[in-house]
Design a binder for this molecule. Structure first.
Ligand code: DP6
Length: 320
């Protein structure tokens, strides 16, 4: 009745932004990501017939804000006629600041809940269930390079390469530690309703996915860099042109992008990507990791940098 699972965040290189259906949280577009190694979320789920309500503890503190979403996710995995649970989450990186904490949290939650209630769903079903709670969470069940395909109402996940088949490195420049002002669900709805660029974003996503898939297959860093930066800037253009506008960047975000451009101009194999927050993720070849980390650490406004190799998908840590 108790299980603990661990999952790592993933960083999208071709982004998920927009929903075709809110009730099932169905993405409007496919996406492609890399799963990290050294950042993690651990979720412990313990069901008990003696509890009257679910209880959620994040980093040891009771959290009632996220509880409804977490309880809804447990209903998906176990069924609504279930025992109540104590859910405890630990994470080793700042949450809700655009570091994909919901991805690792819901992937670990679904895997732990499945084990704790003895259901043993197959991985794709678990990924789809986590995706209903948070779209990007479906990708954290797999390591390395992961594509989430959307075909009408059908979601599929494909591992394109394992983590050690193309060992890239990620440096995250932290430019603000506070929670983001607007959650991604609300922001996506606003973008779909009001950005004049939204429809072309959706229409042209398959082009970017095709180019990124090819780049990963060929392990062509320059090609991946080009499509990933383009797709990221396109997503932020959709955000910026929403009404009211959604701007997650701060001054240091732009300074970090400038640092990455300077590194590129001196021949360093690195590119940037940015999600629904002000942090900049620099993806590079492992040989450039120290140089990229040092340059970002020195960039004005950066409080610290986190580093990670690529890692595995969600896994069980304990169950009883
Ligand atoms: C910008 O998966 O957090 O990081 O499904 O509403 O929970 P919900 O959204 P979420 O959105 C992630 C958006 C993104 C891009 C990405 O990870 O693909």
């Amino acid at each position: 009745m108790r299980a603990v699972a661990q999952a790592q965040p993933n960083i999208a290189l071709v982004k998920y932004w927009g929903k075709q259906n809110l009730a099932d949280n169905l993405p409007a577009v496919g996406s492609l990501s890399i799963t990290l190694d050294s950042l993690w979320t651990r979720m412990e789920v313990e069901f008990s017939s003696e509890l009257r309500n679910d209880r959620l503890l994040i980093g040891g503190h009771q959290d009632d804000e996220m509880l409804a979403r977490v309880s809804g996710c447990l209903d998906q995995v176990v069924g609504t006629d279930r025992d109540r649970a104590i859910i405890q989450s630990e994470t080793n990186f700042p949450i809700a600041a655009g570091l994909a904490s919901s991805a690792s949290a819901f992937a670990a939650l679904v895997m732990a809940a499945d084990a704790a209630c003895g259901k043993s769903h197959e991985l794709l079903s678990l990924a789809r269930m986590a995706g209903r709670a948070s779209g990007s969470a479906a990708r954290s069940f797999y390591g390395g390079f992961v594509e989430l395909r959307v075909d009408g109402r059908r979601i599929d996940t494909v591992q394109l390469l394992k983590d050690d088949e193309w060992p890239l490195h990620v440096v995250v420049a932290i430019t603000a530690e506070t929670a983001k002002p607007l959650g991604s669900t609300e922001a996506m709805i606003r973008s779909a309703e009001s950005s004049p660029f939204y429809s072309s974003w959706v229409e042209r996503q398959d082009e970017d996915l095709g180019a990124a898939r090819e780049a990963v297959g060929e392990r062509d860093f320059a090609k991946l860099a080009s499509v990933a930066e383009h797709n990221c800037l396109k997503m932020h253009s959709v955000m910026w042109t929403s009404r009211p506008s959604i701007v997650y960047w701060n001054r240091a975000t732009l300074s970090c992008m400038q640092t990455v451009r300077e590194l590129q101009n001196s021949g360093v194999p690195v590119f940037f990507t940015i999600d629904a927050g002000p942090q900049v993720k620099a993806v590079c070849l492992p040989a450039a990791a120290d140089q990229v980390a040092a340059a970002l650490q020195e960039t004005s406004g950066v409080s610290r940098v986190l580093q990670s190799n690529l890692g595995h998908g969600a896994r069980l840590v304990a169950s009883a």
